[in-house]
Design a protein. Structure first.
Length: 365
């Protein structure tokens, strides 16, 4: 057991879907003690979200433009979100030891040892008067790791009492899994989760996402196209491996010839099959899957996953976790680990050569 007293850390992240800034709080010793608190999601201002969406659709810009003004605006939106969260949850700055500030991923190319999260840690620390850790993924990528996923060590801490092996599946814009069996933690990105479907229903119907997977459920998947998508060598590549949100977009163009219903069904089935393919890279088939992220609200995903896997597939709420805020809490947990010099990632979660500390601390003035 750890001897360090637990502290309170706020975690804040905007995921690849850019559907909002998630803020939560966790009380933790950075090791086995984890007491998650409440969370809230705050939308980006419309113009900022549109600017970011346009940016990630142009990877060359996202990679190399300085983006100073945009980075300040992204940072200020996060500061505002944390302020509102603290006011609404009646949390005082003096009671919070740390902020774990993930920022907004706009470009991720680990093979080029490059990942970019917009966000200025010093600005957050100064504005809120709380020590802030940011740049979580950089040391990992610099040492040859995938730089993602980073939530697995938090999953491990949360799952210590559950029957194992167990699989935690995050269905965000991109999908990722954490396989936990005692000390064995294997994690990797699985493929697209909602990103392709979101963009498809936005183009075809002007929708933000396919509510409960209704459109996908009403269509028929084109199995030839799904098989072609699944022919991507990514799915056979051993773990660890990670993805950029846009990685499958160019190759998924075949759905353009399909109706709205069948196109949505085909993209949803691609997501489902890419999740199933994750079983190629774990030692034993888990008897239970716990699903987190916005995609757990897509009933079509959940139903198809259960049919294909033939084992229990539940939302993480079934074990008392909050699937809207696991990622935010994870970055609070990781911020505490960062200040203690503990690893944030492992050879089996990101492919780093050895357990890797990371993050940069900015002290409040
Ligand atoms: N009611 C719902 N029905 C269907 N899908 C939903 C629903 N609510 C959310 N989603 C899906 O979940 C997505 C958002 O998930 P989440 O917030 O976990 O993503 P993220 O954290 O931004 O992404 P990532 O984990 O890749 O960084 C939405 O874009 C949408 O596709
Ligand atoms: C580079 C980046 O931001 N990756 C995200 C993305 O969204 C889901 C998946 O791809 C995961 O690898 C990661 O996010 C979570 C928070 C993680 O690091 O675990």
């Amino acid at each position: 057991m750890s001897q360090r007293p637990p502290v309170k850390a706020i975690g804040v992240i905007s995921g690849t879907s850019m559907d909002g800034i998630d803020v939560s709080i966790v009380e933790t010793d950075g090791d086995t003690v984890v007491r998650p608190g409440p969370g809230r999601t705050f939308s980006y201002p419309d113009d900022l979200r549109k600017t970011l969406q346009a940016l990630i659709a142009e990877p060359a810009r996202a990679q190399s433009e300085p983006l100073e003004e945009l980075e300040q605006a992204v940072t200020d939106a996060h500061i505002d979100a944390v302020r509102r969260f603290m006011a609404e949850a009646r949390i005082q700055a003096k009671d919070v030891s740390l902020i774990g500030f993930h920022g907004q991923t706009v470009y991720h190319r680990p093979e080029a040892r490059f990942t970019r999260q917009l966000g200025l840690g010093s600005r957050v620390a100064e504005a809120l008067g709380i020590d802030t850790v940011y740049r979580f993924r950089h040391a990992d990528v610099a040492s040859g790791g995938e730089g993602a996923p980073f939530v697995p060590l938090y999953h491990r801490a949360l799952a210590s009492e559950l029957s194992q092996p167990i699989m935690i599946l995050n269905l965000g814009g991109v999908g990722n899994v954490t396989y936990i069996d005692g000390d064995v933690v294997i994690a990797f990105d699985t493929g697209p989760a909602s990103a392709l479907l979101d963009d498809f229903v936005s183009r075809r119907r002007g929708l933000g996402f396919d509510e409960n997977g209704q459109l996908a459920a009403s269509g028929t998947a084109d199995q030839t196209l799904v098989a072609a998508f699944m022919g991507n060598p990514f799915f056979d590549r051993p773990a660890p491996k990670s993805l950029d949100r846009q990685d499958f977009h160019a190759r998924a163009k075949g759905v353009e010839a399909l109706s709205d219903h069948d196109g949505a069904a085909t993209l949803a089935e691609f997501t489902v099959q890419s999740v199933i393919a994750s079983l190629r890279h774990v030692p034993r088939a888990p008897q239970r899957w716990l699903v987190t992220g916005g995609g757990r609200r897509n009933g079509h995903f959940m139903r198809r996953l259960h049919e294909e896997l033939g084992v229990a597939v539940d939302s993480v709420e079934a074990v008392g976790w909050d699937g809207d805020f696991l990622e935010a809490q994870a970055f609070g947990y990781l911020a505490v680990r960062s200040t203690l010099g503990l690893p944030l990632s492992l050879p089996t979660t990101t492919g780093v050569p050895h357990p890797m500390p990371g993050g940069e601390l900015h002290r409040a003035a």
